[in-house]
Design a protein around this ligand. Sequence first.
Ligand code: GLV
Ligand code: MN
Length: 215
Amino acid sequence: MAANCGFILVIMIMLTTKASADPDLLQDICVADLTSAVRLNGFACKSNVTAEDFFFAGLAQPGVVNNSVGSLVNAANVLKIPGLNTLGVSISRVDYAPGGLNPPHTHPRATEIVFVLEGEIDVGFITTANVLISKTVRKGEVFVFPRGLVHFQKNNGKVAAAAIAAFNSQLPGTQSIAATLFAASPPVPDNVLTKAFQVGTKEIEKIKSRLAPKK
Ligand code: GLV
Ligand code: MN
C-alpha cells in the first residue's frame, strides 16, 4: 500500500513539475505521426487522435529476463506512446533477476527518477569529478540519476526486483557504455581502445566478441 502511494507521488511530481529537459510545447497535444517522413526536433503531429494514442498497458507485467546481464528495460517513450510527443516525459519498467545488472549507461536528454516496486537494488551514478554516489534502494524508495551522468543498478538480492523509472524527456536516449565502445558499427578501432583502457589487442577483441550483437 505504502509502495503504491510512493509510486503515485513520483508520477504526480513528474506531471506537475515544470522541469522538462525537452523544449516546451506550443499546443495542447501533438500526437506523433511515427510514419511521417517529415523530420523535426520531435515528430510531426497527426490529425486523427484517439485515447489509444495516450495509453500503454505494456508495463503491467514483469518483463521476461533471459539475457546475459540479468535485467530487462521496457521503455514506454514516444515510440510506444505517440501522445507523449512534445510533452517532455516518459517512463520505463526495469526487471532484475537475482544478481541482475542494468549495466552502466547514460541518458543524454533526461534526468531519471526510479521508484523500487519490488525487492531492493544497489544503485550508483558517477559525477564528472569521478565520484561514485551509491546506495541500496528498497521497495517503496526513490533514487535520482542526474541528466547525462553514467549510472547503473544491480540486484544483489536472492529474489527478483523491479523498478519504475520516470524521465523528463519523451525520448531520453540510452547510451550503454560497454556497447557504445565495444559493439559500435563500424567498430571503434582497437588502437583507440587499447590506449584508452591500457590493455592489449587480445583483451579488446575478447570483449568485442562477447558484446557483438547476436545474429
Ligand atoms: C534505468 O536506469 C533505466 O534507464 O531504465
Ligand atoms: Mn537509466
